[in-house]
Ligand binder design. Structure first.
Ligand SMILES: NC(=O)c1ccc[n+]([C@@H]2O[C@H](COP(=O)([O-])OP(=O)(O)OC[C@H]3O[C@@H](n4cnc5c(N)ncnc54)[C@H](O)[C@@H]3O)[C@@H](O)[C@H]2O)c1
Length: 326
């Protein structure tokens, strides 16, 4: 039997490149679509086909579906940076909602009915009750989260579609082949690794007076391979889970200081850390209840501690000192 073919939008980005890799390992044929605004050609798995295209180019997206027959779409392509979303809300609603709708319409026009959507913990905003379950009220506090929630909310209105959404918490880590290399980096683990390998002089720790054991904010980190595995589980059990959204997090919160200490330990570099005032809009803690994905999909994260996650990211950095060589 011919292998199933899937489209991975955002397949030249951090998580998309790993999702493509894991799908290929699993025997799927993969086509990656990405406009390279934040991704890299070199991040596309060599076994995948690559089409450079903008999700906003509706006729181009339709023509890709005419060229290939897809069994399913894994939709990760998106504008993702929270700060940028506050500065350019229109861009985020455009790419993340209209761009997503272009993919959706193209799917349905070409008989493709299965979708896995890459959502985010940002749909919850700043809840005060932890851990965050899928029932926690959705109250985004930035255009990024709002745009992702808007797309999630559109999905049930398309009855022909089978869909599952995954709300990732803080993705990190790498495989041997694919890691995190954005043109503008704001995520804590890669920023700290840049401090460790000398590409940054050091870093600022924003907020050290929170009501947490070490005074710094707490986040839930989830390894990119565990995210990719969840996509396969969701896709292969769509009959059962269609219409649902699942949190992807381990339930283990790590403080910013713990993350930085893990990076120092793994890299062996005591890069400078400067205590700085709190940043507006940083919630004190965001911790997932990931038990629904575990119970319903059989998702068990292999990585639950921060150090092994950081080790994989550091191994990729050492093997790719210039990242993807932009
Ligand atoms: N990294 C995280 O911690 C995290 C957490 C929650 C959700 N997510 C979601 O996971 C997905 C992947 O995120 P990532 O961290 O890998 O970010 P990323 O920026 O590395 O990947 C996104 C990819 O989408 C592409 N893209 C952006 N606009 C496009 C457009 N108009 N047309 C075609 N391609 C376009 C980018 O070039 C990039 O390669 C996103 O949907 C993001 O919202 C990420």
């Amino acid at each position: 039997m011919a292998s199933k073919r899937v489209l991975v939008t955002g397949g030249a980005g951090f998580i998309g490149s790993v999702v493509a890799e894991v799908m290929l390992d699993r025997g799927y044929a993969v086509v990656c679509v990405d406009n390279l605004v934040a991704g890299h050609t070199a991040a596309v798995d060599p076994r995948a086909e690559f089409v450079q295209a903008n999700l906003l180019d509706r006729s181009r997206i339709f023509s890709i579906f005419e060229q290939y027959s897809f069994d399913a779409v894994l939709h990760l392509g998106a504008e993702t940076l929270v700060g940028k979303s506050v500065e350019q809300p229109g861009l985020f609603f455009d790419v993340n909602v209209t761009g997503g709708l272009n993919v959706l319409d193209a799917m349905l026009a070409h008989g493709c009915h299965d979708l896995v959507f890459s959502s985010t913990a940002a749909v919850y905003g700043e809840p005060t009750t932890m851990p965050i379950t899928e029932k926690t009220p959705k109250a985004p506090v930035n255009p990024y989260g709002e745009s992702k929630l808007a797309f999630e909310r559109m999905l049930p209105w398309f009855p022909q579609l089978r869909h599952v959404s995954f709300r990732y918490f803080n993705a990190c880590g790498a495989t041997l082949a694919h890691g995190e290399d954005r043109p503008v980096e704001t995520h804590l683990v890669p920023v700290a690794l840049e401090a460790a390998d000398g590409r940054r002089a050091g870093l600022s720790l924003f907020g050290t007076d929170w009501d947490t054991p070490d005074g710094t904010c707490i986040r839930d980190y989830v390894h990119v391979c565990d995210i990719a595995n969840a996509h396969i589980l969701g896709l292969e059990q769509l009959e059962k889970c269609s219409g649902k959204a699942y949190n992807l997090g381990t339930g283990n919160g790590f403080s910013n200081r713990q993350v930085l200490e893990a990076v120092r330990k793994v890299t062996g570099v005591n890069f400078p850390i400067t205590d700085a005032p709190r940043r507006a809009g940083d919630p004190e803690r965001l911790i997932a209840d990931g038990s629904l994905a575990q119970a319903e999909l059989g998702w068990t994260p292999d990585f639950t501690e921060i150090e092994p996650m950081v080790e994989t990211a550091w191994s990729w950095r050492k093997a790719h000192p210039n990242g993807y060589g932009r």
